[in-house]
Every structure is written in structure tokens, then in C-alpha cells.
Write a protein that binds this ligand. Structure first.
Ligand SMILES: NC(=O)c1ccc[n+]([C@@H]2O[C@H](COP(=O)([O-])OP(=O)(O)OC[C@H]3O[C@@H](n4cnc5c(N)ncnc54)[C@H](OP(=O)(O)O)[C@@H]3O)[C@@H](O)[C@H]2O)c1
Length: 331
């Protein structure tokens, strides 16, 4: 192993059972993780929260996950301070971004052991906070848009696309990626975020609390070739009439039971259908998003930054369901 300076112990924030929200997160002093051959030790500079983090605490994957005590959070960026004997891609001192394994997580800590296969280099000029926002939300947005055939190099002619919850972590990336793909974008968000979502380049924006917003009706009267659904309250019965009659499709990253059933019912439909998108990690995809960021074509919309000591406030903010963009913890 090639080793930088690292202490024997570190501070981490963990919880010991299901439920309890932010109040259940407790600081502990524990040994800095030891490394397997294919792992790197990251001194974490920033981490970002996702809905999955606190949904797991609420018991989303009960009884299989997590094992207690559990240090949550999967999206981190920081500096490599040690590398396992079989690590080839990274060396001590490299800046990296990692989407930690969901089962191990460990991002609310000063150090974490990350697999080389879950990690990419962070290009110069991208801050740790901006990079830490990317993994789960950025990859979900990218994969949803790729699933509708989006070309991100400007070679496509684009389509009429509705993106719901455009102010969310996933939504803020999805809107920017859809515009890079030359789509004509209608977006939904709450009244307080209409201006922000406008600055991301949408063509039309709908306040979801208005009757038109609730019906997802385009202000210009058009029907959508695609709906990228990011809210967990979307309904197939509302989507269906807004889809273009020649093959409109919903891709749903937040399926509720009704939409899960709709995906099964419309599986063999060739006109209007709903398909689910489940995130898979691609190092290549994460590298692609970071490159867009380096080129100034993609940015992380930051809802709030919280020092590590106040990470519980970040947890609460994410649990509120009212973040605009990404909630970041800075170590
Ligand atoms: N498929 C996957 O693998 C995958 C991966 C990541 C995330 N997800 C899912 O994607 C969704 C978004 O996650 P996130 O972390 O990006 O969420 P988030 O940042 O916590 O989303 C909060 C934002 O959503 C807006 N919002 C809530 N309900 C809305 C509605 N009905 N219409 C329009 N905007 C609405 C809120 O606006 P207001 O404050 O104005 O209400 C707020 O700005 C979650 O359901 C999550 O579970 C799925």
C-alpha cells in the first residue's frame, strides 16, 4: 500500500436502528477504515444527500439493509490518502468522486474506504461540493434521458419533453441534460422555484400547484413525446392524455405502485407507455458528467451547504422534500 498522512481514528455520524430522523444521527470516534486490495482511502471533503439515504433509515430495505450501526450516504468527493495493493488507477493526493456501494455507504465520516471501481478522478476546477452532488442524482438524470434516445453532442433534433420536479436534485441535472440534447423542455416546479428553473434553460414552466400544473398541460397546448417523471406523486391517468398520440412515452424514476402497474400494463404497447428507470453505476457515465461540468455545460444547483458538525440539519433539509437542488455536507 502507498500511504499518505492519516490518523488512527476519525469522526463519523451513524445511526443504530430504523427511524428517528436527524435526531438519531450520533457522532462517534472510530478507527479509520482499513483497506482491501482494490480499495482507496478517501479523506472526504464533501458529501451530498439523496432521498434514498433517509428512506433507508426509515426502513425502505428492511430487513436486508442496513446492518447497524450504519454510517449513511453514498455520494462523496475528496482526496486519496491511501491505496490498496491492487489499485492501479489512483495514487495518494488524487482528487476523486465516488458513488459508494449502497450496502456499505459510509459517506458521513472524515474518511471512507471506496472501491476503485466505484470511483473516478475529479477534474481540476470542479469543487468537491459540486462533484459530490453528481453521483446518484446526475446518473439518474443521465440514464433517464439516455433511455429516451437523447444525444448529448448536439447531433439530435430533440423532442417535446416534460420534466416533473425540475427543482429537485435529479430534476436540476435532468433539465440541463435535456437542453444539451436539444429537447424542447416543459418543466414543473413550485411557485418559489419558477425563476430558478427558468435559468436552467427550460422553454416552458408550470407551477405544480395550479390546475394546469396539476394536469401537466403545456402552456402552448403541445403534447409531449416524452415525460421524465421525477415526483413520486405522478399518475399514469394524468400523464396519458398529455402524451403525443404517435408513440409518447413516460420514463419514471420515482414509480409509485400505480405507475409500477402501468409499466406492466403498457409493456407491450407501442403507442403510449410507461417504463421505469433504476440507477446503475457507470464509471464512464460519471466521467462523462464530470467532463460536461469541467466544460461549463453542467452545474450542480446547491440547495444548502452544511458543515460536518451540523450534518443533522442537512439530513432534516433533505427529509423535508423541499430542497432546491442538492443538499451538501462539507467536512
Ligand atoms: N430511480 C432511481 O434510481 C432514483 C435515483 C435517485 C432518485 N430517485 C427518485 O427521484 C426523486 C427525486 O429525488 P431527489 O433527491 O432529486 O429529490 P429532492 O431533491 O428531495 O426533491 C425535492 C424537490 O422536488 C420538488 N417537488 C416535490 N413534489 C413535486 C411535485 N409534485 N411537482 C413538482 N415538484 C415537486 C420540491 O419542490 P417544492 O419544495 O416546491 O415542493 C423540491 O424542490 C425521488 O422520488 C427519488 O426517490 C430515483
Amino acid at each position: 500500500m502507498a500511504s499518505g498522512v492519516k490518523p488512527a481514528t476519525m469522526r463519523a455520524l451513524q445511526y443504530g436502528g430504523y427511524g428517528g430522523g436527524a435526531a438519531a444521527l450520533k457522532f462517534v470516534e472510530i478507527p479509520v477504515p482499513s483497506l482491501k486490495k482494490d480499495e482507496i482511502l478517501i479523506k472526504i471533503e464533501a458529501a451530498s444527500l439523496n432521498q434514498a439515504d433517509w428512506r433507508i433509515q426509515k426502513g425502505l430495505m428492511r430487513p436486508f439493509h442496513p446492518k447497524f450501526p450504519f454510517i449513511p450516504v453514498t455520494d462523496v468527493s475528496g482526496e486519496v490518502t491511501d491505496v490498496g495493493s491492487e489499485v492501479r488507477e489512483f495514487k495518494v493526493g488524487d482528487k476523486v468522486v465516488s458513488k459508494l456501494n449502497l450496502w456499505k455507504a459510509g459517506g458521513l465520516a472524515e474518511y471512507v474506504a471506496a472501491s476503485e471501481s466505484d470511483t473516478v478522478s475529479r477534474p481540476t476546477g470542479i469543487s468537491a461540493s459540486d462533484a459530490a452532488g453528481l453521483p446518484v442524482a446526475g446518473l439518474t438524470a443521465l440514464q433517464a434521458l439516455r433511455s429516451i434516445g437523447t444525444k448529448f453532442d448536439g447531433s439530435g433534433t430533440g423532442a417535446d419533453v416534460l420534466i416533473t420536479a425540475a427543482s429537485s436534485g435529479v430534476g436540476t441535472y435532468a433539465v440541463q441534460l435535456a437542453k444539451l440534447g436539444s429537447h424542447r423542455v416543459t418543466a414543473t416546479c413550485g411557485a418559489r422555484n419558477l425563476d430558478l428553473v427558468g435559468t436552467l434553460g427550460v422553454d416552458e414552466v408550470l407551477d405544480y400547484a395550479t390546475p394546469e400544473g396539476a394536469a401537466l398541460a403545456s402552456p402552448s397546448g403541445k403534447k409531449y413525446d416524452y415525460i421524465v417523471n421525477i415526483t413520486d406523486r405522478g399518475k399514469w391517468s394524468v400523464f396519458r392524455p398529455q402524451l403525443s398520440s404517435n408513440g409518447g412515452r413516460v420514463v419514471d424514476v420515482s414509480p409509485n405502485l400505480g405507475n409500477f402497474l402501468a409499466s406492466v400494463m403498457t409493456l407491450f404497447s407501442w403507442r403510449k407507455k410507461l417504463s421505469l428507470v433504476i440507477l446503475t453505476l457507470g464509471k464512464k457515465d460519471m466521467g462523462f458528467l464530470l467532463e460536461l461540468m469541467r466544460e461549463g455545460k453542467l452545474k450542480t444547483v446547491v440547495d444548502s451547504r452544511h458543515p460536518f458538525e451540523k450534518a443533522a440539519e442537512a439530513w432534516e433539509r433533505s427529509m423535508s422534500g423541499h430542497a432546491t437542488g442538492k443538499v451538501i455536507v462539507e467536512m
